[in-house]
Write a protein that binds this ligand. Structure first.
Ligand code: HMG
Ligand code: MG
Length: 308
């Protein structure tokens, strides 16, 4: 299949990237991060979670974050909502899109949201219905689509099954998530080939964590399957609280460098994102793990020095 001419990059750093930070990241820092990202051209920023603060304390300030950001026209601000309580929070916070998040592995479902896959779908049904009623977009995220930290191998059929259930709930978009970054390109292609049989390709996204260094290769594999939406985290922030050892999402700077190198439009200013990666890494005292980000930052700094 020919590569797409343009893709949508969903910036998930403010949520997936920060949720695992041990030290509480000040609300003002989260707000500045989101505002700088939307100014750089992202059409979709995953901004917060309305989950139990006992489970993920870092996301406890979702309402304040959403209340403090400068909304950029045309940017979709998404938030995670595991249940109706979360949905009420999302609605009050004027989120544009809610994310229901399930898993293709029973064990991970229990660890992450404390219920079975079937129970999670029952729990999501009223959330999805309420979102429809209020005209909010719905995204479904399928964790462990390429492997599970507890169960190991996850059959492609299990991924297809959850995608079908999410489709039946009325999801506008569905994420195929490699939560622990174990997937490889051939498996990625097999999974996308299978799920595109049951859900429109143009509304499927690839959400790759980079634990095993395979994320960019997997993104390229997904591009070959015609996937046009990818998630990434500026500076490669992140890790999953319920997937021990998992590192962050693939770094946004690296994905943008890849896309632009392939002549694929993103509408996003890479130079600005590089500066944002530097800002957030310094703000939270964490190394910037974006390869392209670090290289471009060094280049920009040396050019600036040689001008004086
Ligand atoms: P539970 O303990 O089974 O449910 O948690 P509960 O109803 O008994 O609630 C427990 C407590 O949380 C209660 O408080 C509730 O009121 C409160 P208490 O009475 O003990 O004081 N509570 C809430 N508070 C605020 N907002 C809410 C809410 N709901 C309940 N919405 C539950 C079940 C689903 C709530 C819990 O397991 C949870 O919040 N899990 C969230 C886990 C999470 O956020 N994980 C990370 C995001 S998913 C991810 O990163 C994967 C992804 O990136 C894709 C990939 O890479 O795979 C998307
Ligand atoms: Mg994730």
């Amino acid at each position: 299949m020919a590569l797409p001419k343009q893709v949508k990059i969903v910036e998930v750093g403010p949520r997936d990237g920060l949720q695992n930070e041990k030290e509480f990241v000040p609300t003002a820092t989260k707000i500045e991060l989101i505002d700088r990202l939307s100014a750089a051209g992202f059409r979709n920023v995953e901004a917060a979670s309305f989950v139990s603060p006992k489970w993920v304390p870092q996301m406890a300030d979702g309402a304040d974050v959403m209340g403090g950001i400068q909304r950029r026209a045309g940017t979709i601000y998404s938030v995670l909502t595991p249940n109706l309580r979360g949905f009420e929070g999302a609605l009050a916070a004027r989120a544009d899109e809610i994310v229901i998040f399930g898993a293709a592995s029973e064990a991970f479902s229990q660890k992450n949201i404390n219920c079975s896959i079937a129970e999670s779908i029952e729990r999501f049904a009223p959330v999805a219905a309420a979102a429809k009623e209020h005209g909010l977009r719905i995204r479904g995220s399928v964790s462990c689509a390429l492997g599970c930290p507890y169960q190991g191998e996850v059959p492609v059929a299990s991924v297809v099954d959850v995608v079908k259930r999410f489709a039946a709930l009325g999801c506008d978009e569905i994420d195929i998530a490699d939560t622990i970054g174990v997937g490889t390109p051939q498996r990625t292609r097999e999974v996308f080939q299978a799920v595109t049989e049951v859900f429109p390709r143009e509304h499927l996204s690839g959400h790759f964590h980079d634990t095993y260094g395979q994320a960019l290769a997997n993104i390229y594999a997904a591009l070959l399957e015609g996937v046009e939406i990818f998630h990434a985290s500026v500076a490669g922030l992140g890790g999953c609280p319920y997937a021990k050892g998992a590192t962050g999402n693939v770094a946004t700077e690296d994905v943008l460098y890849l896309m632009h190198g392939l002549g694929i439009e993103t509408g996003i200013d890479l130079a600005q994102v590089v500066e944002i990666g530097d800002f957030i890494s310094n703000a939270i005292g964490r190394p910037n793990v974006s390869r392209a980000g670090k290289a471009l930052l060094a280049k920009a700094r040396s050019e600036a020095n040689s001008c004086v």
